[in-house]
Write a protein that binds this ligand. Structure first.
Ligand SMILES: *Cc1c(COP(=O)(O)O)cnc(C)c1O
Length: 365
């Protein structure tokens, strides 16, 4: 292979292992993968096909369009329930019904519109989002109570799931977790025929009280720790590597990169690798983060530019053009790189662009 390649490997076997680890963590619940935002940037199609092969039969996406794409990828022979977290924005019910999606209804207006669209004869499936403190999407608890008292408002729908979403799951000591758990338990009891779902990845690791019937993990499937830090139970899924393009010796006193933010205090060997902020190596990693080479951290020197990064390979003879450097992966852990960049694993993953060659490891189905 020629020097100067960059590749993103997505390990579907690791994805499957994470799915099974979550099943083991919540053994009484169904694990329903969240594959929004193109499967957290790693490819919703391959991820969903593999997870379906592992037994997943319920999926969550954010947008109607994502649901349509997922339905298309799964095709007519792989039955699955696809829930749309945006719910049924005004006028979207024809598309939702055509792709056989399930709206997670967020407002009374959505509930009424969906119910009217559906009609009593051929009731369409729906889920209900009840807000318990995040104040993002969902009915207020009082609205859910009003709805439960007037079930005719949902007469056109088959309400199969009620859910809520945690605000502080990554912090197990936060009192809000328990408050939301109690509020959700009470509100869900108003809809006794529906399955219940509260936990995202972090919520699963809060323990069995939080599991209910269905859990909705996203980030841990893709290799991020449930508490925004590495967890040994979770396998690395995404590995971003690049082959060194050039190695240069920078004498003491000279600077490296735009704005001359790094100055060598001694003679420094610098490797230039073909990944930059256009690939998702966030600019905030400049001067902070590190890549890995031959089992050692290699600091980023100076600014991350659009197409290139500079790494300190002083004293490392093996660093030469064509050698592979790991920027994200089993050593440069996604949670640690994200922390160095001042963000979280979610944002780091969804910002990976499609410029680096993508390679899927393992079978899709
Ligand atoms: C994104 C999302 C999830 C998945 O969250 P993770 O923290 O990635 O596990 C679950 N539920 C809702 C409502 C979401 O928006």
């Amino acid at each position: 292979m020629s020097a100067g390649e960059a590749r993103l490997s997505v390990d579907l076997d690791a994805l499957a292992a994470n799915f099974r680890a979550l099943e083991a963590e919540a053994p009484a619940s169904e694990v329903a993968p969240v594959v929004k935002a193109d499967g957290y940037g790693l490819g919703a199609g391959p991820a969903a096909l593999r997870l379906w092969a592992e037994g997943a039969r319920r999926f969550f996406v954010a947008r109607v369009g994502e649901g349509e794409q997922l339905r298309h990828v799964l095709g007519p022979h792989r039955a699955a329930e696809i829930y749309v977290l945006d719910g049924a924005p005004a006028g979207s019910m024809p598309r939702i019904a055509a792709a056989n999606l399930i709206p997670v209804l967020n407002t009374l207006e959505q509930a009424e519109e969906a119910s009217a669209f559906s009609g009593r004869k051929n009731r369409l499936p729906a889920a209900l989002h009840i807000d318990t403190g995040l104040n993002r999407l969902g009915l207020r608890v009082e609205e859910a109570e009003a709805l439960a008292r007037a079930p005719e408002r949902l007469a056109g729908l088959e309400l199969g799931l009620v859910m809520s979403h945690l605000a502080c799951g990554p912090n197990p000591d936060h009192p809000m977790n328990r408050r939301q758990l109690e509020a959700f338990s009470a509100a869900a009891a108003l809809f006794p025929d529906a399955r219940r779902s509260l936990a995202n990845s972090a919520g699963i690791f809060l323990g069995p009280d939080y599991h209910f019937d269905v859990v909705r993990p996203g980030i841990t499937l893709y290799g991020g720790g449930p508490r925004e830090r590495h967890d040994p139970r979770i396998a690395t899924v995404a590995t971003l590597e690049a082959q060194i393009l050039q190695v240069r010796t920078v004498p003491a006193g000279e600077s490296v990169g735009y704005d001359a933010t790094f100055t060598a205090h001694e003679t420094t060997r610098v490797a230039i690798a073909p990944l930059g902020h256009a690939d998702g190596i966030l600019r905030t990693l400049g001067g902070k983060g590190s890549a890995w080479f031959e089992g050692q951290r290699r600091a980023y020197l100076g600014c991350v530019s659009m197409d290139l990064v500079a790494l300190d390979v002083t004293g490392c003879e093996a660093a030469r053009p064509g050698a592979w450097i790991e920027l994200i992966g089993p050593n440069a852990l996604v949670d640690e790189v994200a922390e160095d960049a001042g963000t979280i694993s979610y944002e780091l993953l969804v910002r990976l662009s499609t410029r680096a060659q993508r390679v899927y490891i393992g079978e899709t189905g």
